[in-house]
Design a protein around this ligand. Structure first.
Ligand code: F3S
Length: 382
């Protein structure tokens, strides 16, 4: 591949992987079982990114291993209903066409582990999106660095990634423990914990003690928020994650009910959001069910988007959850999310979220005022 015997795209891709391996001192390449590629929304990659992808596709780039996409800038099936500008839609379709020409599966989601791609403990993968990376490393025990879009694509084309960073056990040791001294109930609580600890961890791998209950939805909320506030790519929770690897003398911090209240307040207090967006990371079927139950028989006075993977939406459609949410005036939106979709161009100025990651990115990335809280605090009805 390095010598260009397979294709020009494979040569370019291997050149990227070898250069990365040299920078980080990798001794070898390691095969990966799946790849998740970020850099899909036209909003984030622009014309330069589109041209790069089209060039790679023209040079014969083909994914060698199962490869999936991060959320795009719009729902491919209902972008007109959502008010996406046509010019944007044309460019977004061109981006997706380039990826499709490379043999990449057209599922645009940051939760590939909810739609059937669940790497096992110790399995090497090359994923990009920060919350997906955190979930894969921490909750599934897989091995991945946080890849950039080009390096993930290169791994897809070559089927390998340089063996450094979080692929090596010696780099997966936690040097910091967090004693959670308050009860965490809702996703917004876990998002607040993530925002607090991410800032303190600054890229280290925190280990939590004192968290007694956390299902996968809460764990994805925690990981996403820590990744956004502190680039955390791996965490452990005693008794919950499959591994718990702590150094002999870790730094210790606490998270109290006071910290929870202050952090929730910091994440956003705007009044009456025009749009409430749930599903960062992309919602599970259970989360869509919970939203449907909450809005059943009511009429929303704000817009509501529940962002999810297309495959999960199809299940929600079949179960009647989408119908219930639409009857209340909300939408189940696939393939995209409130951050990588140009919601500011649709006209929204104030957005409500129950996700620490969304709350962190909405102001800078989407020019939004933010309201942070749980469903019952965010939604308002006629
Ligand atoms: Fe996923 Fe978008 Fe949040 S990519 S983690 S829903 S910002």
């Amino acid at each position: 591949m390095f010598d260009g015997e397979q294709s020009e795209a494979a040569r370019q891709s291997m050149e990227i992987l070898v250069a990365l391996g040299k920078i980080y001192g990798a001794k070898n390449m390691v095969p990966v079982s799946s790849v998740q590629v970020a850099g899909v929304s036209y909003k984030t990659i622009g014309d330069a990114g589109l041209e790069y992808l089209q060039g790679l596709a023209q040079n014969g780039a083909k994914a060698k291993v199962p490869t999936f996409l991060n959320p795009a800038g719009m729902d491919r099936r209902q972008w007109q209903r959502l008010g996406i500008p046509e010019e944007f839609a044309k460019k977004q379709i061109a981006v997706l066409d380039a990826y499709e020409a490379m043999g990449i599966t057209m599922s645009c989601t940051c939760t590939p582990y909810l739609i059937g791609t669940r790497p096992k403990l110790g399995e090497h993968i090359a994923w990009s999106e920060s919350s997906a990376v955190s979930f894969a490393n921490s909750v599934l025990g897989a091995r991945t660095n946080r890849e950039g879009g080009p390096s993930a694509l290169a791994a897809a084309v070559c089927g390998v990634t340089p063996n450094y960073g979080l692929h090596l056990d010696k780099n997966r040791i936690s040097t910091m423990t967090v004693k959670v001294e308050t009860e965490l109930k809702r996703s917004a609580d876990f998002g607040a914990l993530g925002a607090f600890v991410g800032e303190a961890a600054k890229g280290r791998h925190p280990s939590f003690v004192g968290v007694t209950k956390a299902n996968e939805d809460k764990l994805k909320a925690l990981g996403a928020s820590m990744a956004a506030s502190g680039s955390t790519a791996l965490f452990y929770i005693q008794g919950i994650t499959p591994e718990f690897v702590v150094s002999d003398s870790p730094e210790k911090i606490s998270f109290t009910s006071h910290d929870l209240a202050v952090t929730r307040e910091k994440l956003g207090t705007a009044d009456k959001p025009e749009l409430v967006s749930i599903g960062c990371p992309h919602a599970s079927l259970e989360e869509i069910h919970d939203v449907a139950e909450f809005v059943k028989g009511k009429r929303l006075a704000c817009q509501l988007w529940v962002c999810t993977a297309q495959q999960t939406k199809e299940k929600a459609d079949a179960a009647g959850y989408t119908g219930t949410i639409e009857a209340a005036g909300g939408r189940v939106v696939a393939d995209t999310c409130m951050i990588v979709c140009p919601i500011e161009d649709i006209g929204f100025k104030t957005t409500g979220a129950n996700s620490g990651k969304a709350a962190k990115y909405l102001p800078g990335f989407c020019k939004q005022k933010v309201s942070y809280g749980d469903l019952e605090e965010l939604l308002w009805f006629k």
